[in-house]
Write a protein that binds this ligand. Structure first.
Ligand SMILES: *Cc1c(COP(=O)(O)O)cnc(C)c1O
Length: 365
């Protein structure tokens, strides 16, 4: 008898998201030995190339074995040398969090903190940079998930590049639900994860790395202070047919199928935009306050817990009585905000409708 519980909930959280059957089946395919079977190396490379194409770049993608956080850490570990100055764009919890990774690897972060209720303003950043631009790289968050705040990362990165500052972008909870054009934004490292809008199970991260970033890593004076988070450990994997560690082959089979699903889904971004708008409109029409004044992401909607209720109570009742999981938030937003994830497999109006029907039934509207 299996002890794995059967899925009984509709998962409308901002990741992990629901996983389509063909992705689950791909994960059950027979495995070869990925260390020595060159066919797997070809499959891995082809999957990385499709990933780069989906994100509008010829920059190399590398899938790494670890969930989304590994990508953020790998970007900072690989770029940061002791004493390096790094600009940390901060209008949310993930934004501020980058400072920890920078510090951990000996860098000196400067926080550029703006209102958490608004997307980062491009002209404001331009004005700041005119007097302060001695930075090796900057960190940016596309969608800061705990508050659902979407930043114009392409425009921000273009301005940073005008000052020769490289850019590391966390798009884990935006890409595949929000358009992202890596070459237009000139991003040096973009971080993604399997478990958000791509709708594969948690377990994989990937980084998309520019030639300039690779050059900066190769020209370091000190070695990268990590093995697992060292992006350059993959430098010659294809030529040598040798990965730095055994690749999680079943995870990558599932990931590839999820990527193929995205490629076939020609209306993906329109659907995300429509479902997000439907969600926001229904909340506002019923007197619920959205978090923030602008910058609403099409992958997640954060809104205030209605008066007379607690986040914990609403989450429990929606789960127990309606079989729908939404999320609370954390940090300074804990207890104050609720979040509906409408990304990937969740991004269908039927799902959003069922979720909002249940929510309004619970809060008595
Ligand atoms: C989910 C997420 C991550 C990765 O975190 P996990 O621990 O894999 O969930 C990183 N950045 C952002 C903005 C995220 O939403």
């Amino acid at each position: 008898m299996s002890s794995i519980p059967e899925l009984k909930y509709k998962i409308m959280t901002p990741g992990p998201t629901m996983v389509r059957e063909n992705v689950r089946l791909a994960r059950s395919l027979e495995c070869t030995n990925p260390d020595i079977d060159v066919e797997f190396v070809e499959f891995y490379k082809e999957t990385c190339e499709i990933l780069s194409k989906c994100l509008h770049t010829k920059n190399e993608s590398l899938i790494m074995d670890g969930e989304g956080i590994l990508g953020l850490e790998a970007a900072c570990a690989s770029l940061t040398e002791p004493g390096d100055k790094v600009l940390v764009l901060d209008n949310g919890l993930y934004g501020a969090g980058f400072a920890d990774f920078v510090t951990m690897y000996g860098g000196i972060p400067t926080l550029y903190t703006t209102s958490y209720e608004e997307a980062i303003d491009v002209e404001g950043l331009r004005a700041f940079l005119s007097d302060n631009h001695d930075f090796k790289y900057a960190t940016l968050v596309h969608c800061d998930t705990p508050s659902g705040m979407l930043n114009p990362v392409e425009e921000l990165s273009i301005v940073l590049h005008e000052y020769g500052i490289m850019t590391v972008v966390d798009s884990v909870s935006a890409m595949f639900g929000e358009p992202l054009d890596i070459d237009r934004g000139q991003f040096d490292i973009v971080c993604g994860g399997s478990q958000k809008a791509l709708s594969a199970p948690p377990g994989l991260t990937f980084v998309v790395v520019s030639e300039q970033a690779k050059k900066a890593m190769d020209e370091r004076k000190t070695p990268i202070a990590s093995f697992y988070a060292n992006i350059r450990a993959f430098k010659t994997y294809y030529e040598d047919k040798w990965f730095p560690y055994t690749m999680p082959i079943s995870d990558i089979y599932g990931f590839r199928t999820a990527l193929d699903n995205f490629v076939e889904d020609t209306e993906c971004f329109e659907r995300h935009a429509m479902v997000a708008e439907y969600t926001r409109n229904r909340l506002v029409e019923n007197g619920i306050k959205l978090y923030g004044k602008n910058g609403y992401s099409n992958t997640v909607t954060a809104f205030c817990v209605p008066e007379g209720h607690t986040a914990g109570d609403i989450l429990k009742r929606m789960r127990d009585e309606y079989g729908i999981m939404i999320a609370g938030s954390f940090g300074i937003f804990g207890d104050k905000l609720l979040r509906i994830g409408h990304m990937g497999e969740g991004a269908y109006v039927e799902n959003a409708k069922a979720t909002l029907d249940a929510f309004f039934a619970v809060v008595g509207k």
